[in-house]
Write a new protein. Structure first.
Length: 286
């Protein structure tokens, strides 16, 4: 056990509502401690969600404001961690890099549907493409309901109802039928319903990273804000690590909490500032 793990509450903390790896570990009326200071010298692996964790939620997916230093900070932290850092996002990798710039780290995109094992590696598809007919059906629904925003991705499709909350009931019904008929996975994130081919989520993505030589043996930490991050919180708990919920308390499998995006940036910046200089290229773990 690393010093980092020893200082954290564990899955056997008495406040736990459920001992299983499948449900939330902590109830909404509990609260969770802050994570200890990030120590890039410890044998940890860091997994970072994007929307709501590294950038504030905005009214439109293209309207998020990315801090100018964010990509550089994440790349530098990844180097300090010997490559044991990945962004794990519901966005496609292309959409992520369009916002963040070409960040030189491992990435899982489209909720685990696409996977880049390390900086510079090819993007591997891990899911089958969604049938075009499903996207077309959702586009028809969106057009008939005030023009909901449809965001097709390589392995899933997101329909945003943030500007049309009145359409949620009909959207859920439409998506449920499409999911049932097509054997698809349905995810309900922040003001968004997503359909994807089954078999990949943020938990499977984290588990896949942890099976790579560069990540093996490290204690994983996953920072995320949305209910779609709960798969990853459960996965890291199962792998001997901890989830860090970002935002207000809710029922969660995370064991730690940071209050907001600003606190995440401070925690990462402080960790980076505390780290010794990065090893030269080529001396990181394979
Ligand atoms: O896993 P994440 O990195 O958190 O991505 C989840 C989804 O994020 C985006 O939608 C969310 O953020 C938008 C911008 O703040 C917001 O307008 C929307 O309501 C949120 O649901 C993205 O557009 C989706 O594709 C991601 O799956």
């Amino acid at each position: 056990m690393t010093n980092f793990q020893a200082s954290l509450p564990t899955a056997s903390t008495p406040r736990m509502a459920s001992p299983s790896h499948t449900g939330p570990a902590f109830a909404a009326e509990d609260d969770l401690p802050l994570p200890p200071a990030l120590d890039p010298g410890a044998n940890i692996a860091l997994f970072l969600d994007f929307d709501g964790t590294l950038v504030e939620i905005a009214d439109h997916p293209d309207a998020v404001v990315v801090a100018p230093r964010l990509a550089g900070m994440i790349t530098a932290l990844s180097r300090r961690l010997g490559g044991r850092l990945a962004i794990v996002t519901g966005r496609s990798i292309a959409a992520l890099e369009a916002l963040l710039g070409p960040v030189e780290v491992a990435v899982a995109g489209s909720h685990g549907g696409e996977f880049r094992s390390r900086a510079g590696a090819e993007v591997e598809p891990l899911a089958d493409p969604l049938p075009a007919a499903v996207v077309a059906a959702l586009e028809r629904f969106a057009a008939a309901n005030g023009g909901l925003l449809v965001e097709p991705k390589p392995f899933s499709v997101a329909v945003h109802y943030r500007r049309h909350p009145e359409a949620l009931e009909g959207l859920l019904a439409c998506a449920q039928i499409l999911a049932q008929d097509g054997g698809l996975a349905m995810k309900h994130g922040k003001q968004v319903i997503e359909l994807a081919m089954p078999g990949s989520d943020k938990g499977t993505a984290v588990t896949r990273f942890m099976g790579l030589p560069a990540f093996a043996g490290a204690a994983p930490l996953f920072l995320g804000d949305d209910v779609t991050d709960e798969d990853a919180f459960r996965a890291v708990r199962h792998l001997g690590g901890q989830g860090v919920l970002v935002g207000p308390m809710r029922a969660t499998a995370a064991a730690l909490r940071l209050p907001d995006v600003a606190a995440v940036h401070t925690w990462l910046e402080d960790g980076l500032a505390s780290a010794p200089a990065a090893q030269p290229e080529g001396e990181t773990r394979p």
